[in-house]
Design a protein around this ligand. Structure first.
Ligand code: NDP
Length: 331
């Protein structure tokens, strides 16, 4: 089985040299185990944090061990009472072709309900991150003004549409004209900013949000957070989901420089980790399934073919190569 291992810890931007493709023997399985062949895997910005040797909410990846992450595969052998050959399963042992498991953290998914890779995207952790951020952290109300960074990305694109479906005014930011066009054509949001083409992001946001911003859904941090804070209304909420602009930083970020406004404006900046909210899963699934059925939530996937290209797919997240969910299809 081919797998991608971390061979050195990146300093700054990850490079190909930090990863190696290696072949290992997997199986045979024993009583109580399953053998799974991966078909899809997810690459996610948070994985950059696990490449550092620091304690965080998830343990760091180990050198000369395969990376891990969300994956969808097919059970090809089973000696486990809960799984049969042919079952489609969601697991957390991505970055490899085959894996053996005793069934812990493995969930069966229904391939009839949706294309299976959607369980890594809109119907999975990605969609749930958007839902939890808006409902549990922001406690979003109809009619509020919402600003979303990395708005055409996996999480951001769902945030935009969930907020729109709730009757909010939504302003999104993205860094490529193709993404701007997609947001305008498919999500129905009210305004889009290409942050790479404006001199002053805070000024651009104020033009689109003359009455201020009530909720900022932060995927980016740094200058985006600074622009949001400048434009927040009193008692507004910054949902701190991610800060991708800082993940490869080797120095302290230069923004936000205006944190003092948090006091005068009585803002709430609240971070969250989606895995702490698994009790919301049923409500999330029922909500998003209805919206998908009504065509109120659509999504895009960027698919990279071949496990050997997974490092490039991951690194591309930091160049904005992906529109919607970045996936790797494992042949
Ligand atoms: P995305 O699909 O949004 O991909 C990343 C996007 O970020 C890129 O396409 C790019 O879009 C944008 N980006 C990259 N670098 C920068 C930069 N320097 N400045 C501004 N934008 C940048 O990824 P996800 O949807 O998977 O994740 C989005 C965020 O949510 C991440 O920060 C991630 O860590 C976080 N997250 C948090 C979770 C939680 O539980 N708290 C769970 C899942 C994700 P563009 O071309 O527009 O710049």
């Amino acid at each position: 089985s081919k797998q991608i291992e971390l061979v050195s810890r990146p300093s700054g931007r990850p490079t190909r040299d930090n990863f190696a493709l290696r072949t290992v023997k997997v199986g045979p399985i024993e009583e109580g185990e399953i053998l799974v062949r991966n078909h899809w895997m997810s690459v996610d910005p948070y994985m950059r944090g696990r490449m550092k040797d620091t304690d965080s909410y998830v343990p760091p990846f180990q050198i000369d061990e395969p990376l891990e992450g969300g994956c969808i595969g097919e059970v090809i052998q089973s000696q486990h009472p809960d799984f049969q050959e042919g079952d489609t399963v969601l697991g957390n042992l991505g970055w490899r072709e085959y894996w053996v498991s005793g069934g812990e953290n493995v969930t069966k998914v229904d391939p009839e309900l949706a294309p299976v890779q959607a369980y890594l995207g809109a119907l999975g952790m990605t969609g749930m991150t958007a839902w939890v951020g808006l409902h549990r952290i922001a406690k979003l109300q109809k009619g509020q003004t919402v600003f979303v960074s990395a708005a055409s990305g996996a999480v951001g694109s769902i945030v935009c549409q969930l907020a729109k479906a709730m009757g909010c005014r939504v302003i999104g930011s993205a860094g490529k004209s193709k993404k701007i066009d997609w947001l305008k054509a498919k999500t129905g949001i009210d305004a889009v900013i290409n942050y790479k083409e404006v001199d002053d992001l805070s000024q651009a946001l104020s033009e689109h949000a003359p009455d201020g911003v009530d909720v900022y859904f932060d995927n980016v941090g740094a200058e985006h957070l600074e622009a949001a804070i400048d434009n927040m209304n009193d008692n507004g909420v910054c949902v701190e989901c991610g800060m991708i602009a800082t993940y490869n930083a080797t120095e302290a970020p230069s923004a936000p420089r205006n944190l003092f406004k948090v006091i005068a404006k009585r803002l709430r900046l609240e971070g969250f980790i989606v895995r702490d909210h698994m009790d919301a899963k049923d409500e999330f699934v029922s909500d998003i399934s209805g919206l998908i059925q009504d065509d109120k939530v659509v999504w895009e996937e960027t698919v990279t073919e071949g496990i050997e290209n997974a490092p490039d797919a991951f690194m591309g997240l930091f160049d904005g190569d992906n529109l919607g969910k970045q996936l790797v299809k494992i042949n």
